[in-house]
Write a new protein. Structure first.
Length: 1087
């Protein structure tokens, strides 16, 4: 049953009802789908008390179970058990806690289960399943952390920088001694050359980042120099600007002539770069750096070469700034990705098993004897490395051989070594360091011997062919620099040096438990277009998240550049992604080795894209030049929805696309731009994610990130994981501007509750309780009696509006959090907390209604400013109180009616944002307004999902308009939740679907809808259609569950109870039945 009392418009009488008996359903006679901590036969787990789940025999209600656990299959079959529950009278079949003898590192356990049905009949024992422990104690690790480089390069100090250019527009900037401070290269000398009142001038400027809680950079003029000519004369022909910087002496020359000399000691070291405020500012023909000490850099941008972090190449050089204005295009301050290897010998003996335990600072592309250990280096996801470092366990038994073997790794930066300045300060994260590796290979032989190979100084290292890798900007790869055969045992590596012991991340090692991030599908482009000479754009037909795979030929030294984008310009070229990162995004450079057909894919980044722009190839790319691999957390698809309206089906597919495109160990935001785990975004779409995909392990991992991110005060940042410099109050990041934001913070409760509702593991309540309590207590320091209002921060989000006042949203979410905390306290038996927080919730509810409730209009309103017009009706301001239980008793229907009336008055436009929308679609349907919701969802004008599809967008946008920053977001995928819970009517009636509610909405414009969800207890199905007999509703529920089916028939006018189902009650215009496990069909007429 819903937590709220819900009503619906009446329907006519029930005419014919049929049901299928459970015995008629073909079913297995034994339990199946045995999992431990949500995974089948996991290895390397570190949960001291694993949670065991299974699926009872289909169509038989479980009344009892028995578990038995042994050390091996043979021992178990021989009756040698280490733990036997005996017969336990219980319907529970999910998250049963192991309570046998304590588990030690590396131990393997084998288990099976049998059940009894309601008649007391025992099933056969299930097939066996297993789990294996990982390394539980720090002392289990004998491996050390190793790497190649102690720190990132800091750039040039004393050097001469030369830029040969042709000025095309008004001006451009040359940066030198630039370092990443603040959100940009906020410490730098900036020589701006161009036009001022018709004269050619050079403004010598310096950027300084003040630090503290300020985000802005001060850029001041040191000197303004007239170049002795008009701006038009400067634009005529090619010029050369050089800056000789030695100590504090800065000498500037134009075309070989000294035009200025000044002394300034503000900046001492850094990189070089270019900047333009317009895409047609200049053409850069040559760029050179000649340091007093160290290696020089020079490029004429020939053969596709471009050492800068962006820009597009033309026949005469670098076109500044190629559609990415106001972004610093710099030579990245990073080391090449290090290569590491260790050869070792196995002398005789049968190998029984081999496990490789791997932890990384960053990401590791690992091979054993040239064979990949995992499909993708980023498989475990990422964390706050100062709190937790994930390690993975691999079964590598089949990869070993007698004789010589070799472990090899290339290390990428990932989120551990971010170099690009960004809004969220990941380049300044406390954990930030050069990539490092900790690996431990443990080999067990059949004769009982054991050998261990670990990372230490016996490993050899060298710079690799990946010259730069960035989770934001892409990768730069020079195939000429890849040592041939370095991953094989035959390679000698004579020029390699011993690995360096690295300072380890501060976080504790924790076993990775979520599904790995990996390639799940390959997609071919649907079109190939030459948009201008030598520039090709491949179109993949829809926006996806993943990486390109290239197959190509080219002469040694030629560089091909790929730019991956969601959108394209009017001329068909790629619209380069530009976000809150001081770099050109999603740009990949590949330099040919000249060795025939070359195949390559990036390894240390992923991108959100539909279009791949290719330039610098020097020839026409083949049709098989590029394919795309889709990459996301490899969660199971557990839900399906279909209807007679193809638009709904296409919206459903787009919703699933959007959710998966943004799922990489957490729910991220805009994979082409940020890739951040915005908490509010995640809670808005969580309801839809939970019915489409198996989310338990991803959510569990992300909730652990929430605990890590929480400040000692209880405050949460708006992105998780985060750095201390962003998302908190009084930091230079976003929260400094907006303040604490309860609608985002509530994700700590919403996702916890979704995890409980969908999977039934009550341990999550205990795991999250203290964090939730600290958050509520922190929020109570600024949302206080008597009004409990807070007018700062953000309120509702991403809708058309009006949303009403911010405090109406923040106070509603405060009530929600306090109420949920009281409920969770009751679950855990914390009676004092129950009383405390229930009392606060009652006060908040009374204050909220005192301020916003209009008893005469039966709705929530914002009071008009004296003498001003009445504020417009707010869907947001009415749906949130309805969803959270704030509405005065007996007034719920009238509030829903008011929202539905507003929908109709606005041509069924949803003006509410994503937070109330998550609840509002199903709530309005349950209160009798399914027709209004259906018309809102099927709109083909803005705002509407159909509007996007009409514009050939098959994902979800960040906002309703086509000018939305990203076309690859996920929170509007929330509509998919209504497809399952509203149209198909499938809902968990109690945690983990132990009880199921099927309450379908039947909008008049739809003739058929069906949904199915693979729950922890088996598949639930609901399908209805209209035919000559009326409405036919087919439902199916799994064993060990109880289900209520709500038939809209006018309540008291029911004529007969269906065979095989039991009538419970008439409620709010419905006949409510309970059905046994199995299938049942209801037929009723509609008024």
């Amino acid at each position: 049953m819903s937590m709220l009392k819900l009503a619906m418009a009446g329907f006519a009488c029930l005419s014919v009802v049929t049901a299928a008996h459970a015995e008629d359903v073909e079913a297995s006679d034994r339990p199946s789908a045995l999992v431990v901590n949500g995974a089948a036969n996991p290895i390397g787990i570190d949960t001291p008390l694993p949670r065991l789940s299974w699926r009872p025999p289909a169509a038989r209600a479980q009344s009892a179970y028995q578990l038995r656990v042994g050390v091996s299959e043979q021992a178990l079959m021989a009756g040698q058990v280490v733990w036997d529950t005996g017969r336990v009278a219980s319907v529970v079949d999910a998250a049963v806690t192991y309570q046998g003898p304590g588990l030690s590192s590396r131990e393997r356990r084998v288990w099976q289960v049998r059940t009894w049905d309601a008649r007391g009949r025992a099933s056969p024992w299930s097939q066996t399943a297993s789990w294996e422990m990982g390394l539980l104690n720090p002392s289990d690790w004998s491996a050390t952390w190793i790497g190649r480089n102690a720190e990132a390069p800091k750039g040039w100090s004393d050097a001469t920088v030369t830029v040969d250019f042709t000025l095309k527009g008004r001006q451009f900037d040359v940066l030198f001694r630039a370092s990443p401070e603040g959100k940009t290269y906020g410490e730098a000398y900036v020589w701006r050359i161009g036009e001022d009142e018709g004269r050619a001038v050079l403004n010598a400027q310096v950027r300084r980042y003040p630090g503290g809680t300020r985000a802005s950079v001060n850029q001041t003029t040191l000197k303004k120099i007239d170049l002795g000519m008009t701006a038009e004369a400067l634009r005529q022909g090619r010029h050369s600007l050089s800056i000789e910087a030695v100590g504090d002496r800065l000498v500037t020359r134009l075309d070989g002539r000294v035009i200025d000399e000044l002394r300034d000691a503000s900046q001492t070291r850094g990189t070089i770069g270019l900047l333009s405020a317009a895409p047609d500012a200049a053409v850069i023909h040559r760029l050179a750096v000649v340091p007093v000490d160290g290696a020089p850099l020079e490029t004429t941008f020939a053969d596709g070469e471009n050492p800068l972090s962006g820009g597009s190449l033309g026949p005469d050089g670098l076109i500044l700034a190629s559609g990415v204005p106001t972004k610093d295009l710099v030579v990245p301050l990073s080391n090449p990705a290090p290569l590491l290897r260790r050869a070792f010998s196995i002398e005789g003996g049968e190998i029984a098993s081999a496990r490789l335990y791997v932890a990384t600072g960053g990401w590791a592309d690992l091979t054993l004897n040239g064979q990949a250990v995992s499909e993708l280096p980023m498989a475990p996801g990422w964390t706050d490395y100062g709190k937790r470092v994930l390690y993975q366990t691999y079964d590598v038994t089949s990869l070993l051989s007698a004789g010589e073997n070799v472990l090899a790794a290339e290390l990428g930066r990932g989120w551990y070594g971010v170099t690009e300045p960004n809004e969220w300060y990941f380049h300044k994260a406390p954990w930030r360091a050069e990539p490092s590796l900790r690996a431990q290979l443990e080999i067990a032989f059949a004769d009982g011997r054991r050998e261990v190979v670990t990372t230490d100084r016996n490993w050899a290292t060298a710079d690799g062919p990946t010259l730069h890798d960035s989770i934001y900007a892409g990768e730069r790869y020079d195939a000429r620099r890849e040592p041939i055969g370095w991953r094989s045992a035959r390679f000698t590596g004579q020029d390699w040096t011993p690995a360096r012991e690295a300072i380890p991340p501060a976080g504790v090692l924790v076993a990775a438990s979520a599904e790995p991030i990996r390639p799940v599908a390959q997609v071919q482009p649907v079109a190939r277009t030459e948009v201008r000479p030598g520039v090709w754009v491949f179109d993949f037909g829809r926006i996806l998240t993943g990486r390109p795979q290239l197959k190509m030929t080219g002469p040694a030294g030629r560089t091909v550049t790929l730019v991956l984008t969601e959108k394209k310009n009017d001329d068909g070229s790629a619209l380069v992604a530009s976000g809150l990162i001081d770099a050109q995004l999603q740009t990949y450079h590949y330099t040919f080795a000249g060795q025939g057909v070359e195949v390559w894919a990036p390894r240390f980044s992923y991108a959100g894209f539909r279009y791949v722009q290719v330039e610098g190839l020097g020839s026409t790319p083949g049709e098989d030049f590029v394919t795309a691999e889709i990459i996301h957390s490899d969660v199971a698809l557990i839900g399906a929805f279909e209807s007679s309206n193809d638009l709904l089906n296409r919206i459903q597919q787009a919703s699933q696309n959007a959710l998966l495109n943004n799922m990489h160990g957490l729910m991220s935001d805009t994979p082409s731009l940020e890739k951040n785990g915005w908490t509010g975004d995640g809670q808005a779409s969580a309801g839809a994610a939970g019915v489409n995909f198996g989310m338990a392990r991803v959510w569990t991992k992300w909730l652990a990130d929430f605990r890590d991110a929480q400040a000692a005060s209880g405050e949460l940042p708006e992105i998780v994981p985060s750095t201390p410099y962003y998302g908190f109050d009084q930091t230079p990041g976003w929260s400094y501007i907006w303040g604490p934001t309860p609608a985002w913070d509530a994700a700590l409760f919403v996702i916890t509750d979704d995890l409980l509702r969908h999977y039934g593991d009550e341990r999550v309540v205990a795991d999250m309780y203290e964090a939730q309590k600290r958050l509520v207590d922190y929020t109570s320091t600024f949302i206080k009696a008597p009004d409990f209002t807070y007018a700062r921060g953000l309120g509702d989000y991403a809708g058309k509006g009006p949303f009403g006042p911010v405090d109406a949203t923040t106070s509603a979410y405060y009530f929600y959090m306090v109420s949920m905390l009281a409920r969770n306290a009751a679950t855990l038996g914390k009676t004092a907390d129950v009383a405390r927080y229930q009392a606060v919730a009652a006060e908040v509810r009374e204050a909220y209604n005192r301020k916003y409730w209009d008893a005469e209009a039966h709705r929530y309103v914002t009071r008009a400013v004296e003498g001003g017009p009445p504020p417009p009706f707010s869907q947001t301001q009415n749906i949130l109180p309805l969803a959270f239980g704030i509405v005065p008793d007996g007034e719920q229907q009238k509030v829903a009616d008011a929202v539905a009336a507003d929908l109709e008055a606005n041509d069924y436009a949803l003006t509410m944002g994503v937070y109330p929308m998550r609840y509002g679609l199903t709530l309005l349907s349950d209160y009798g307004h399914a027709d209004a919701v259906y018309r809102a969802v099927t709109r083909t004008s803005q705002p509407g999902w159909g509007f996007w599809l009409a514009n050939d967008i098959h994902s979800m946008l960040e906002g309703w308009g086509l000018n939305s920053r990203s076309w690859n977001h996920h929170y509007f995928a929330l509509v998919s939740g209504w497809f399952y819970e509203g149209l198909a009517g499938i809902r968990p009636g109690s945690p983990g679907y132990a009880d199921i509610v099927i309450r379908p909405a039947l909008p008049s414009g739809l003739s058929q809808a069906s949904g199915r969800i693979e729950t922890p207890r088996g598949e639930v199905r609901s399908a209805w259609r209209r035919d000559v007999e009326g409405v036919v509703l087919d439902v199916a529920v799994p064993g060990a569950t109880r289900a209520e089916v709500w038939i809209p028939n006018g309540g008291a006018r029911l004529r007969q109870a269906p065979r095989g189902a039991r009538f419970l009650r008439a409620e709010d215009g419905h006949a409510v039945y309970t059905v046994a496990p199995g299938a049942a069909t209801f037929i009723f007429t509609q008024k």
